[in-house]
Write a protein that binds this ligand. Structure first.
Ligand code: BG6
Length: 293
């Protein structure tokens, strides 16, 4: 396994050819390629990768609030989606299982760990959210898929409430041919229709701006033209957000390019965001997603 670590990003390539790149800014996975070199994630051509704004694409992390929560005192001052995606994470190191004479190349995998804690947050963020925490985010690349998992610890002496989500931008060829299955019969909150609660019937298809928070079973499948393109399995992440900005919303986002790029992406976001996870002093929360294809 070949790993390189520059000042601002970490990348890894497996002997079988799969690769990932993770920016320390936000611990954002900005690239995930299969062995043939095909990119699996969508990143805007106008995404800021210099730390001036959360990355428009890849896998930004949402913590400790999803969206904004003006009515929730603990998180009311935080910007949309919290501060994790806008903070510089520390690279804690890697562990890799190499192929050995007794195993094959296809057993090689790599695990990269990133850390964020109240001790390393900037002063302004600490004022907005005065809790003592530490988080370890683990990105694991195997020939079969990509796993992103979080452990959040309350290291302080008072409880805090939080939400967490992997805001994954999946790359697809043609949004009009995409179906998401595994959400049939799930209830969802429709954020483009006054946050009404609705019931899904059949597979999810995208025909306009879509912004929904589902509560569903652990496995979701994304198909395109009837073939499976992604399978997403969740561990302790009970919600799935399905987001596509479509024409007008894409046009309104300065960092969304090309403007018709919404045809090539679908956000399927695994998280725990419909309610709050309360972490008592000394407690930890753990959640993960595994994406395969
Ligand atoms: C989604 C939200 O998760 O993220 C949407 O459900 C939001 O409401 C989208 O528009 C993008 O958010 P941002 O802050 O990255 O523009």
């Amino acid at each position: 396994v070949n790993i390189s670590h520059a000042n601002s990003r970490v990348s890894a390539v497996l002997p079988t050819g799969e690769s990932i790149e993770v920016l320390l800014f936000g611990a954002t996975v900005t690239s995930w390629k299969d062995r043939a070199g095909n990119e699996k994630l969508w990143v805007s051509d106008a995404a800021k990768l210099d730390g001036s704004k959360a990355v428009r694409g890849g896998i930004p992390l949402v913590f400790p609030v999803f969206g904004t929560a003006p009515d929730h005192a603990q998180t009311s001052k935080l910007p949309q989606h919290g501060f994790a995606r806008n903070s510089k994470w520390e690279f804690l190191g890697k562990s890799s299982s190499e192929s050995t004479p007794s195993t094959s190349q296809s057993d090689a995998s790599v695990k990269l760990d990133f850390g964020l804690s109240s001790a390393t947050l900037d002063e302004k963020t600490k004022e907005l959210w005065p809790y003592t925490f530490s988080a370890i985010y683990t990105v694991t690349l195997t020939p079969d898929g990509l796993r992103t998992g979080i452990v959040i610890n309350n290291d302080g002496d008072k409880p805090f409430d939080c939400q967490f989500l992997c805001h994954t931008y999946l790359r697809i060829n043609d949004i009009t041919k995409v179906e998401i299955t595994g959400l049939e019969n799930s209830k969802y909150i429709d954020k483009v229709d006054g946050a009404k609660t609705k019931s899904q019937s059949g597979a999810v298809t995208i025909t306009g701006e879509t912004d929904r928070v589902y509560t569903s079973e652990p496995t979701i499948v994304v198909t395109e033209g009837g073939s499976t393109v992604f399978k997403i399995e969740r561990d302790n992440l009970e919600n799935v957000v399905v987001w596509n900005p479509w024409t007008e919303k894409a046009a309104s986002m300065g960092d969304f390019e090309p403007k018709d790029g919404f045809k090539n992406m679908i956000c399927v976001e695994a998280g725990s965001v419909a309610g709050w996870t309360t972490l008592e002093a000394g407690d930890a929360y753990e959640g993960a997603q595994t994406i395969s294809y």
